[in-house]
Ligand binder design. Sequence first.
Ligand code: GTP
Length: 235
Amino acid sequence: MKYKRVLLKLSGESLMGEKAFGIDNNRLKSYAEQIKEVRELGVEVAIVIGGGNIFRGVQAEEGGMDRTHGDYMGMLATMINAMALQASLESAGVESRLQSAIEMKAIAEPFIRRKAMRHLEKGRVVIFGAGTGNPYFTTDSAASLRAIEVNADAILKGTRVDGIYSADPEKDPNATKYDMISFDDVYSKGLNIMDMTAFTLCKENDLPIIVFDMDTPGNLKQVLAGEQVGTIVRN
Ligand code: GTP
């Protein structure tokens, strides 16, 4: 395997699968199976999952709710997804640990970096819930931060699209997919991969980002083997 330790960022929306809201059990199962497959190949996997299938902070603001309040609700939404993913990993026979950025001792360990590192070394999948624990940060920022903290070799952003395009492929028929692109080119072309906070954190810490379609079974394994799947962003 090309990568030894990775941070996998899963989107909350993807977890909806064919549904309009919430969690699609088939999608959850498919993710767990893919993660199991790469674990068996010896890759150490940490995971950050979004909460957009349940609640988004910006949505609260639109409804007249304080942004900070909404962001905390969003963080709780990520915990629901994280718990669902943990249960799904468990039933697939994958050992995992859930750590939360906001203390909720009855359901998760608190985030402790050194403990997370030990879990990874022991082959446990570590799921980081509740984002960074702070409002105004996205789960992409949480993913970048945790990836750097645990010395991941790359951050794998699993999405519904199969990589980064020169333009929106749904709107522009001439849009082409990049196999590889530099951080600087992403800035200069104004491409939208992650929010700028998350993206800059990766660039400044020399952490490659791989954007790929996680909804196609087998893709995760191919990415980790270093095969050309999706788009890689690097310095
Ligand atoms: P080792 O120390 O490597 O053996 O790791 P471990 O995770 O097996 O040890 P520990 O005894 O810390 O944890 C046993 C179980 O309790 C694991 O499933 C942990 O996720 C869980 N656990 C540990 N700390 C907490 C906590 O603060 N809250 C909750 N809810 N669970 C915890």
